[in-house]
Design a protein around this ligand. Sequence first.
Ligand code: PLP
Length: 273
Amino acid sequence: MKIWLDGGLQDIESARVSVFDHGLTVGDGIFETVKAVDGRPFALTRHLDRLTRSARGLGLPDPDHDEVRRACAAVLEANPMPLGRLRVTYTGGHGPLGSDRGEHGPTLVVALGETTRRPDSTAVITVPWTRNERGALTGLKTTSYAENVVALARARERGASEALFGNTVGQLCEGTGSNVFVVLDGEIHTPPLASGCLAGITRALAIEWTGAEETDLPLDVLERADEVFLTSTLRDVQAVHRVDDRELPGAPGPVTAKAMRIFEERSGDDLDP
Ligand code: PLP
């Protein structure tokens, strides 16, 4: 397996970053997960734009889009696979043992893992911990993901594949690695960005392609929604058949099934050549 580090391809066994890299010591970094179908990245321009937004939010230098594109292409060419997940990581770089950044420039790593298509439906849980809709990192895709790791582990213990968070004012927000949509009386709704959720790229496409509304939703909407679905780079549109103890028989329901079909038909549109 070859990855991209320090401006070129390296063997994963011998590639090294500093043990004082701020991505490791203080979680000072950002990332993108990009789907690659037959070696072609999906929605790469949108991912690069979000990477830049996250970098600016953290005060990191703007990532060089040309380099990230070259890195993705090189890693994909070196590791052919039918369905891959590119992981672009960009950190504050080597620094002192504290929160101040060092003089070194940032670290860019691009790696690739093989992945498989997700099942059409899944179970989710809700967790009692809240997303902060007004934090310094809200809406940024940072490597500070430990809260998501804890919540996802809780979901796995309960036979679910995702954990959903509310925010500090009791509204539905998002999952550990996905955005959430609900169907009420035939209309699709998803929490607005002001809820504190990440501006998911799949979320944006789903809103564009299905006409879903951005709506403030109380967390207990999950107890009465006719249908629930998740969106993410690796799930695309995935129906939910259980929320905590509530079964949603027949998932994907008709509205979700239509969204899945639209996504399937259109998601070839934004593959890099
Ligand atoms: N929310 C969080 C916290 C995420 O980490 C992700 C993706 O990893 C998403 C939402 C979905 O975003 P996207 O559709 O861009 O993958």
